[in-house]
Design a protein around this ligand. Structure first.
Ligand SMILES: Cc1ncc(COP(=O)(O)O)c(C=O)c1O
Length: 392
């Protein structure tokens, strides 16, 4: 079955205004996601914030069930938090490390994760080591296999880096982590919503994601999955009266489920918007979303490469919807502004967001055009025509 793109576009109000190729930044929300938030804000304004949450308690609770369905997990393994980074941090900083332990990570690791490794290294004396990439660009499972010993306490990789179309082989890495009993974290911020995800297949222990990117949800909300067996052993880096209960003057009890990584006050409109976005993604076929996104991105890379002065920078045996390129003689920020002037949205990816990969590949700041399934072939043509006028 092919996707009904006319329907997808009719359900996306933003396509009337912009050709949006910043889905890796923050995608265009479908109308139902906008409605879920506006309806809740309207209810809060009409009857009071706490009262609105009480009235919508069941729908709010269902958000966990929806996320669990999306990633093939149990609802008790999910925490809904402010963004992907907070979710990732809550799990990572809860892990016990000792001097001499090794953390193995990917070359194209995201800056927010890497600085956290460095901070923990400073505090505890763990060693942070990079798993070499294969010649095609992705993290090499063979190289990882050769690094394993009893001091490796964590394997932590970004599934799809922020700065290119690369897709890391998370299942192969998962098999190695599981076989050796090593905790495994995936930053899936750029992959959830653009491809099917299944926690049993991938075999990770922790996975973080955000609302606003390929899931097409609101800003300021994200989630983290923590496998039940690990969750029960983790003491979060900070707690409050949602993550725990003060049961006696000198004792507290942590929530037995994902709530132990949450805090009490949160944006219920955004949470409902996230639930609506997940349900909307599930109303499509994630494998078809991936196939269309991959096809559009491949076309874009091929056509960009044919433009005189344009260079495409993406690596990876398997690639996704993020396309990065430069145009000779044109500053990427200036290019972004000029395209924006024609209602074409792209973004700029700076080397500091993936410093090791950018240094190894001598990457300059690059233009990032990230496609989603609702982008049309006509929009692709508009982008390509506009890019061909940028050179020189
Ligand atoms: C790979 C990757 N990880 C993590 C993040 C951080 O997500 P958030 O801003 O929701 O914390 C981003 C954001 O761009 C990202 O690209």
């Amino acid at each position: 079955m092919t996707m009904d793109i006319a329907r997808a576009r009719a359900e996306t109000p933003g396509v009337d205004h912009v050709a949006h190729f910043n889905n890796a930044g923050s995608s265009l929300m479908p109308g139902c996601v906008l409605d879920a938030q506006v309806d809740h804000l309207t209810l809060e304004a009409s009857i009071g914030g706490y009262e609105a949450a009480d009235r919508e308690a069941e729908r709010i609770d269902n958000v966990y069930t929806s996320i669990a369905r999306l990633i093939g997990a149990h609802r008790d393994e999910i925490a809904v938090v402010e963004n992907a980074t907070v979710g990732w941090d809550m799990a990572f900083y809860a892990l016990p490390f000792a001097e001499g332990d090794r953390i193995l990570t990917a070359e194209a690791e995201y800056a927010a994760n890497f600085v956290a490794y460095l901070q923990v290294a400073k505090r505890t004396g763990v060693r942070v080591e990079i798993i070499p990439s294969a010649p095609t660009g992705e993290t090499s499972p063979e190289a990882l296999e050769n690094m394993i010993d009893e001091r490796v306490k964590l394997i932590s990789v970004t599934h799809v880096p922020t700065n290119g179309g690369l897709v890391n082989p998370v299942e192969e890495i998962g098999r190695i982590a599981r076989r050796n009993g090593i905790t495994y974290i995936i930053d899936a911020c750029q992959s959830v919503g653009q491809m099917p995800m299944d926690m049993e297949r991938i075999q990770c222990d922790v996975l973080s994601a955000t609302g606003r990117k390929y899931l097409r949800g609101p800003r300021g909300v994200g989630f983290v999955y923590v496998r039940k067996a690990l969750l029960k052993t983790l003491e979060p880096p900070f707690i409050d009266l949602r993550s725990s209960t003060w049961v006696a003057p000198e004792r507290y009890e942590l929530s037995p489920d994902g709530r132990r990584f949450e805090n009490w006050e949160n944006n219920y409109a955004a949470k409902l918007g996230l639930g609506a976005a997940v349900d909307y993604a599930l109303s499509w076929d994630l494998a078809e979303i991936e196939a269309r996104v991959t096809r559009l991105a491949e076309t874009l890379r091929r056509e960009l490469a044919a433009i005189s002065g344009a260079t495409v920078w993406d690596t990876g045996q398997k690639k996704c919807g993020i396309v990065t390129f430069t145009v000779e003689g044109t500053d990427p920020r200036e290019a972004k502004n000029r395209l924006g002037g024609q209602n074409i949205n792209v973004s700029v990816s700076n080397p500091s967001s993936t410093l090791l990969d950018a240094t190894a590949r001598r990457l300059p700041p690059v233009i990032r055009a990230s496609v989603h399934y609702f982008n049309s072939e006509e929009e692709l043509d508009r982008l390509l025509a506009a890019v061909s006028t940028l050179a020189g």
